[in-house]
Ligand binder design. Structure first.
Ligand code: HXC
Length: 261
């Protein structure tokens, strides 16, 4: 696609790559960037050949936050009536294809929140995360207070959000914010992200969408409701072609050729 603030490409079969590309502002997430990001996400999500999406930035910055210069003059009434930041929910609310964040460098404020919105977060050990909004006289506004707290628990989230202190990629992995902190630089990180994305893209799309849906439900429902929800969807998958294909292939010692139906 031809975008101003992002790059899109499919260097590996089944994997859509979105690279945030606003280097002069360390990938600060201005509103026009989010319009493009949402369009690119939807395009991949609607593309039957794409089974996983990676969002990354540069070696120096995944994203240094929402665009502070854009936000500075905003009034309450303008923010409220235009529902400022609402487009940021598109990824979490609408996209069904698994999205992997590959974070090198800064992931601050809205950058940290965008990374945490993704289904799987990989980072370099030296990545720099943080919710520094308190230093700007405000608070996280794209889910940071909720997602960080679910990941690290109340006391640590409170400490991070009220002090604005950064934390490293290594800490992000130790605390469960990230699934993995990769030793090495941006290239090693992307290698790992692609490996995982290709693995996911090699499975039945129907099963993958269901897997993502049930894990996400665990964040909203009680354990009993969540387990029931999972069982309903597990039962439903006996109606998919790919459940028959997968289990028959196992019994016949063959490789499953998914129909994605
Ligand atoms: C707008 C930004 C920016 C941001 C960096 N830039 N972050 N512009 N919004 N969030 C711009 C700088 O103004 C500068 O532009 C250029 O990018 C390079 O940045 P420097 O500061 O010169 O780089 P460096 O000295 O390497 O410092 C890197 C940094 C610092 C430590 C990451 O840029 C920084 O502290 N950025 C702000 C981090 C932050 O507070 N993020 C949270 C934002 S609030 P010029 O034109 O001078 O070259 C937020 C709210 C979310 O995200 C809630 C709703 C989603």
């Amino acid at each position: 696609g031809s975008y101003e603030h992002i790059l899109t490409s499919t260097p590996k079969p089944g994997v859509g790559l979105i690279t945030l590309n606003r280097p002069k502002a360390l990938n600060a997430l201005c509103s026009p960037l989010f319009v493009e990001l949402n369009e690119a996400l939807s395009k991949y999500d609607n593309d039957k050949s794409i089974g996983a999406i990676i969002i990354t930035g540069s070696e120096k910055a995944f994203a240094a936050g929402a665009d502070i210069k854009e936000m500075a003059p905003l009034s309450f009434s303008a923010a409220y009536s235009d529902n400022f930041i609402a487009p940021w929910s598109h990824l979490a609310n609408t996209i069904r294809t698994p999205v992997i964040a590959a974070v090198s460098g800064y992931a601050l404020g809205g950058g940290c929140e965008l990374a945490m919105m993704c289904d799987i977060l990989y980072c370099t050990e030296t990545a720099t995360f943080g919710q520094p909004e308190i230093k700007l006289g405000t608070i996280p506004g794209a889910g940071g207070s909720q997602r960080l707290t679910r990941a690290v628990g109340k006391s640590k989230a409170m400490e991070l959000i009220l002090t604005g202190k950064n934390f490293s990629g290594k800490e992000a992995a130790e605390w469960g914010v990230a699934a993995k902190a990769v030793a090495g630089g941006h290239e090693e990180l992307l290698e790992q992200a692609f490996k995982t994305a290709e693995t996911i893209a090699s499975y039945s799309r129907v099963a993958v969408v269901a897997g993502k849906e049930v894990v996400n439900k665990s964040q909203e429902l009680s354990l009993k409701e969540g387990v029931e929800y999972e069982r309903r969807l597990f039962h439903a998958l006996f109606g998919s072609k790919d459940q028959k294909i997968g289990m028959t292939a196992f019994a016949e010692k063959k490789k499953a050729e998914w129909s994605h139906e």
